[in-house]
Design a binder for this molecule. Structure first.
Ligand SMILES: *Cc1c(COP(=O)(O)O)cnc(C)c1O
Length: 375
């Protein structure tokens, strides 16, 4: 059996090596390392793929969130609602901009923003909602947009984990994740579903004016060379990363399909296990399985984590600590009873190896090892 990796970037690279190597060599030959032609080409390709008017490439997914919030004109004291159960980047940028983070609990089945908790968290100071499409499937955007509309709030989709997912509204209309709110953001960190070979990110919007603001903001607030209209940041996608992404984007749907296939294998294998809950796929979103995350309900999650490592099966706990309990983000405003689901999930979740190159022998070994340990 091949060695099992949590993510397998090497085998994936080998399959597209020719085009990636040629494109990178082209950038090297051109010396257009920043803002070269590949950046513009990838931007156009991604706009088309997502069905969105504007893609603004930037340096990473965390910057994308920060710049989106800057572009929307959020001001210190404004409250921004996001989830307690996500990667810290989401709340980090809210703090960095001196906005007030308001963390809310998640739904027990999908791990995405709880609509009841969202409604309860709204105050006159609320300005924006940041749903995170966690592990690869969309939050309940229709409900979130409805709440946003009623209270005149911005919706910023943190789409770092779900690029490629499709969201279907109750009227049957389908849109790509990240293209649904006022603005969407993503990350091209190597292990993400569409990853480059370094850092990268992007912001999406259908709003022409906001797109113009954001394009200047990523480049020192410059709209005309050496004229600085607003305080911006230096956050660009470099040409080499854009060349890699342009080569990989045409494969994104195939990559998502390969992940889905591995996920289905796992879910079938755990179907009969009374102590394992497999990922729930909601009726309104496809799942692109950035992570395949189980819930171990008999209290043996930590023991399983170690047992799998001992068997040479990598695995990870995303995420072990709720954000409201992290030193950097603790606040007297938070009450434990408001985070019942997140507090439970952090004890139960475990993410299994998930990438485009898992074969049946590996999937069988991983699932049978888990089934014999958890029974
Ligand atoms: C990865 C990730 C980010 C940050 O992206 P970087 O490119 O690493 O800065 C933000 N939000 C979520 C949910 C992520 O998974």
């Amino acid at each position: 059996m091949k060695k099992i990796h949590m993510v397998d970037l090497q085998s994936q690279y080998q399959q597209i090596k020719d085009v990636v190597d040629t494109s990178i060599q082209e950038v090297l030959n051109s010396s257009a390392y920043i803002n070269g032609p590949y950046v513009k080409e990838f931007q156009k390709d991604l706009e088309e793929y997502l069905g969105v008017k504007h893609v603004i490439p930037c340096a990473n997914g965390t910057d994308a969130l920060q710049i989106a919030m800057m572009g929307l004109g959020l001001k210190p004291g404004d409250e921004v609602i996001t989830v307690d159960f996500t990667f810290a980047a989401t709340v980090e940028v809210i703090g960095l901009l001196n906005l007030t983070p308001v963390l809310v609990d998640v739904e027990e089945d999908t791990f995405n923003m709880s609509i009841d908790a969202l409604k309860n968290a709204i105050t006159p100071k609320t300005k924006a909602i940041v749903p995170v499409h966690l592990f690869g499937q969309c939050a309940n955007m229709e409900a979130i947009l409805e709440v946003a509309k009623a209270h005149n709030l911005f919706v910023i989709e943190d789409n770092a984990q779900a690029i490629g997912a499709d969201y279907t509204f109750s009227n049957g209309h389908t849109q790509k994740s990240g293209s649904i709110g006022h603005v969407g953001t993503t990350s091209f960190f190597p292990s993400k579903n569409l990853g480059c070979y370094g850092d990268g990110g992007a912001i999406f919007t259908n709003d022409d004016e906001l797109a113009h603001t954001l394009r200047g903001m990523v480049n020192h607030g410059m709209y005309k060379r050496y004229y600085h209209d607003v305080v911006g940041v230096n956050s660009r996608l470099d040409s080499i990363q854009a060349a890699v992404l342009k080569a990989k984007l045409p494969h994104l749907d195939t990559y998502c399909e390969a992940r889905r296939k591995a996920a289905m294998y796992y879910s079938d294998a755990f179907l009969e296990n009374p102590n394992i809950l497999t990922p729930v796929i909601s009726s309104f979103s496809t799942h692109v399985f950035h992570q395949y995350t189980l819930r171990i309900t008999n209290g043996k999650r930590d023991a399983l984590h170690q047992h799998l490592l001992d068997q040479g099966i990598p695995n990870a706990i995303y995420y072990p600590v709720p954000l409201h309990a992290q030193k950097a983000y603790m606040d007297e405003r938070y009450k434990e009873e408001d985070f019942v689901t997140t507090n439970k999930l952090v004890q139960e979740v475990i993410s299994l190896p998930m990438h485009t190159e898992l074969d049946e022998e590996q999937l069988e070994f991983i699932s049978s090892t888990i089934n014999s340990f958890i029974n």
